[in-house]
Design a protein around this ligand. Sequence first.
Ligand SMILES: [Fe+2]
Length: 346
Amino acid sequence: MPVAGLASVTAAASAERAGTRRAIVTAVAVAALAMTGFALIRISGGSPTPLNHLGYAPILLAAYVYGLRGSLPAAVLVSVLFGPTAAWLGMPGGLEGPQAWLIRAVFFVGISVVGGGLFDQLRSHIAAWQTAAVTIAQRERDGMVALARGAEAKDTDTGDHIQRVRSLAEVLAESADMPTDEAEAIGWAAMLHDVGKLHIPDRILLKPAPLTSEEWDLMRRHTVFGEAILSVGEGFETARRIARWHHENFDGSGYPDGLRREQIPLPARIVRVADAFDAMTSDRPYHTARSAEWALAELQRHASTQFDPDLVALFVYLAETGRLPLRNDNRSSDFAYRASGATERY
Ligand SMILES: [Fe+2]
């Protein structure tokens, strides 16, 4: 069985075990509450005491956890326990007759129907809201992908760079002890890191020769252009920060703000590594793809200057232990790599 299939079967089995455990704990809690009420009623003189209202506690607990299918059996249990049980057992204090037991049972069952029904309805509303939230999140991500692909289309032929950067950034973020949902969000936001290139003319983006200093000045502005494009609301906050600061260097020599070390937001430092690695291992107008080994060595060579050294060490460890989603066509190249200024364009 494929690993993903095995993982989903394991997850389903573990969810089933958790559900069974929950059912047992709930049943024990309902029975314990009912028995406690029964004991208190007997100790305090019998069924006419106000303590009969304790019967609502196990019923509402069962309603909260299981809805009507839990609260109704709980109401029957409590009605029998608080009603004829003492008389059947020959216990003192049972001053009431069947009519009082029946009236009380009607109230217990009535509360169980109302409580169980309301909790069932609440649960179905929550499920509908969750479905809507997932749909909205998916559409938001579809929008991010479309926008990122639009920018990418100007830069390369395939548009796969953004997908690879997303995967690499997500794995690196999660391995850096970030919560899974945050790591995933960083991955999605990472796809928009170069969206500012929409403002850069093709004659500069696709130029196979070294850029002039004026062209470099404009090229560097893709970071601030990206931030401006993404300044449309809180939904793009992480993407906005990544777009502005993904070319900042760890030693403060990057752009656009010359931030250094922890001044650079962690998501931007993560994308800095992932983006540079993928750029080095991909064909670009100004260089040919290099092997993963070569790119890893290059990352290490520039750790503490361009890149966060801890993230580089983690990235190399992940690559060496086979935990990075590396492309299949990583390869060595005989073409001369233009070291001069080349890393600047990652
Ligand atoms: Fe960039």
